[in-house]
Design a protein around this ligand. Structure first.
Ligand code: ATP
Ligand code: MG
Length: 426
């Protein structure tokens, strides 16, 4: 016997029951993005490996150990399944000169790929929605991106998400801070784990965001980056905080929030829930004013976020914000010589009129077909037997309220069915 094949580890099927929730989630999110003035863009799932190495940074989790990269021998190219969307989005903006007529607000959604240890809320294929604003320098767009998230959560039926905020200044300010930070970390090297020791020189700021309590103790005593910020960085942060306050969006400043990608500067933020266990960050973002130049484009500021769809959908489930699956309007049963074609045509006509109609398939007794009609959740069973066929009619039996079965003339089925449906749904 052939062994049954399984999905790749860390990559999920979304079965119809959950897919309905995913679609409801997607519909709310996409409408919300458009309402805030963001326009859709679609990028390939595969990019040149160099894009991510250059954008995300060599000594980051993603580039060090999480990318699905391979050599395409057919074209001698080094390729990677995208681990995130910002790098591709900036690449596309540069390649197509999207900023030639001014700043742009863009959004995208789709699967991302990271070779991580699969666990609840952490997968190897996962979905993100991302929003990016290109060409805006001031803090008002940072605030816009954060406030729009705050407005989304209630639309999704979500409560209890908290906002953590930080500023990591400019590259120059971080360089000045870095020397003192490395000195502090070295003085406490005995308390660092292997990861932190490795990062000590390659990416010391990342040590601050370690999840290891021993390392956290050292991080808590480290010289705060804010002490190294100049006037411009402080003013940007102050402008952002002022707008958040005026919008009534609460936040907590977390001086150890640095985010895992090298391209960030100034604003960084995360939206976090305590309802999902360890994988509680549902959305993360920040400013990346150096990325356009770093990828060979004309310098332009950028700011954006990405949210993790699996985590948000899981949160919708625990928050009870699950929409009911749509019931079919009608389930069409048919039995007897010549009734299939008649039923097929009736279902066809009703669907063209906008109704959701399931035509029974697979035969079976009238009784078993009616059981299927009931189990489908349909509002109305439409019945075509030899009797109806002979009379040129169809029977309609409401399934969700006690109401008698009645006959409809074939030529009036669309109008009369609509009237019955309106009554039974009322
Ligand atoms: P984490 O610290 O959880 O690894 P990250 O900083 O690597 O997150 P980002 O690159 O900022 O994550 O991605 C934005 C969001 O995408 C995260 O906040 C999370 O909701 C989601 N996400 C990231 N990696 C995964 C994954 N492997 N599986 C599911 N969702 C993910
Ligand atoms: Mg990660």
């Amino acid at each position: 016997m052939n062994t049954a094949l399984q999905a790749v580890r860390g990559m999920n099927d979304v079965l119809p029951e959950d897919a309905a929730l995913w679609r409801a989630f997607g519909a709310v999110v996409e409408a919300w993005l458009e309402r805030w003035g963001y326009r859709a863009i679609r990028m390939p799932l595969v990019e040149n490996t160099a894009l991510f190495r250059r954008a995300i940074g060599e000594s980051t989790d993603i580039v060090e150990k999480e990318m699905y990269s391979w050599r395409d021998e057919l074209n001698s190219e080094e390729l990677t399944l995208r681990p995130e969307g910002t790098a591709s989005c900036v690449r596309a903006a540069i390649e197509h000169s999207l900023l030639h007529d001014g700043p742009k607000r863009l959004w995208y959604g789709g699967p991302m790929y990271r070779h991580e240890r699969p666990q609840k809320g952490r997968y190897r294929e996962f979905y993100q929605y991302g929003a990016e604003a290109f060409g805006f320098r001031g803090p008002e767009v940072d605030a816009e991106l954060i406030v729009m998230c705050a407005r989304l959560w209630p639309e999704l039926g979500l409560k209890g998400l908290r906002l953590e905020l930080n500023t990591i200044g400019s590259a120059e300010e971080r360089a000045r801070h870095r020397a003192d930070l490395v000195r502090h970390l070295q003085a406490n090297e005995a308390q660092l784990d292997a990861d932190a020791k490795r990062r000590l020189h390659s990416n010391p700021l990342r040590v601050l965001d370690s999840k290891n309590p021993m390392v956290q103790e050292v991080a808590a005593q480290a010289p705060p980056l804010t002490d190294y910020l100049g006037e411009a960085s402080l003013a940007h942060f102050a402008g952002l905080k002022k707008l958040l306050a005026s919008a009534g969006v609460e936040f907590a400043i977390n001086p150890r929030l640095v985010r895992g990608l090298d391209y960030y500067n100034l604003t960084v933020f995360e939206w976090i829930t305590d309802a999902l266990g360890a994988q509680g960050t549902v959305c993360g973002g920040g400013r990346y004013d150096g990325l356009f130049a770093q990828l060979g484009g004309k310098p332009a500021p950028g700011v954006g976020f990405a949210m993790g769809c699996e985590r948000l959908v899981a949160l919708m489930k625990v928050s009870g914000g699950v929409p009911a699956a749509r019931r079919p309007d009608a389930y069409v049963v048919h039995q007897g010589e010549g009734t299939l074609e008649y039923a097929f045509a009736a279902a066809d006509a009703l669907r063209s009129a906008g109704h959701a109609v399931v035509l029974h398939a697979g035969g079976g007794s009238f009784k078993s077909q009616m059981k299927k009609a009931d189990a489908s959740g349909a509002w109305v069973a439409l019945i075509v037997g030899e009797d109806e066929l002979r009379a040129g009619e169809i029977s309609a039996k409401p399934l969700r309220r006690s109401e008698d079965q009645r006959r409809i003339g074939r030529g009036r089925i669309v109008e009369e069915f609509a009237a019955i449906l309106q009554r039974v749904k009322a």
